[in-house]
Design a protein around this ligand. Structure first.
Ligand SMILES: Cc1ncc(COP(=O)(O)OP(=O)(O)O)c(N)n1
Ligand code: 3NM
Ligand code: MG
Length: 211
């Protein structure tokens, strides 16, 4: 792995919905979201390529920061803003190819060891999870909680950071108090009784991120 850094992202990426289809990307960009992730799981590349192309086009139209989860080859091929990868993904992805193509990279971390490993790659941002229990994804580790999150944010200093996992609207103020630059959510939006109202309230609290 080379020692060069990935392209910068703003320190504050703001509200960061993680969604599993293009319809959500379209509605959330229209609602004012400017950092977003397309997270489709466990499909063949040929079955997701059209959705990835459509999501990237939407991201460009709204001048938004669209990250593609997992499908790094397609993200490179179609010039996405960025890619999000987990620790296991790092074992198989070609990080040099992602960086050489000029894409930003976000990496997941869940503890000190994973943070150290991620930092060696000099990603554009570090995601820290899961903060609270979550029903959206089966996690191998325990929730890290707010105190551990705050300690990690302090260690990371000026590095762009994203908190994820079990973050509800009610929990956002405490999460922001750790100094984290971005709040990633799935169910707080996609399972909300009124997604538009939830997104508006979340944007009000977290912001859409810096330019
Ligand atoms: C912003 C953000 N943080 C963490 C993750 C989780 O990524 P990963 O560990 O690779 O797990 P999957 O999402 O691929 O199941 C994420 N997607 N986004
Ligand atoms: C996709 C994902 N990754 C996590 C991590 O900790 O790496 S937690 C998570 C799911 C987050 O969903 P919700 O906002 O509904 O809890
Ligand atoms: Mg992954």
């Amino acid at each position: 792995m080379s020692e060069s850094a990935f392209p910068n992202v703003p320190k504050r990426l703001g509200l960061y919905p993680v969604v599993n289809n293009v319809e959500w990307i379209a509605r959330l960009l229209d609602a004012g979201v400017r950092t977003i992730q397309l997270r489709i799981k466990d499909k063949a590349e040929g079955d997701v390529e059209a959705d990835i192309i459509a999501a990237i086009k939407l991201g460009e139209r709204y001048n938004a920061r669209l990250f593609i989860n997992d499908y790094w080859r397609l993200a490179i091929k179609h010039h996405a803003y960025g890619v999000h990868l987990g620790q296991e993904d790092m074992d198989v992805a070609n990080l040099d190819a992602i960086r050489d193509a000029g894409l930003r990279l976000g990496l997941s971390t869940h503890d000190n060891m994973e943070m150290d490993r991620a930092l060696v790659a000099h990603p554009s941002y570090i995601a820290l999870g899961h903060v609270f229990p979550t029903n959206t994804k089966q996690m191998a580790s325990a929730p890290q909680g707010l105190a551990q999150l705050a300690a990690h944010i302090k260690t990371l200093g000026d590095y762009p950071t994203v908190a994820i996992g079990g973050i509800s609207l009610e929990r956002v103020p405490a999460v922001l108090a750790t100094g984290v630059g971005s709040v990633a959510v799935v169910s707080a939006i996609t399972q909300a009784a009124d997604w538009r109202a939830a997104t508006g309230q979340l944007l009000e609290l977290v912001g859409a991120g810096d330019e």
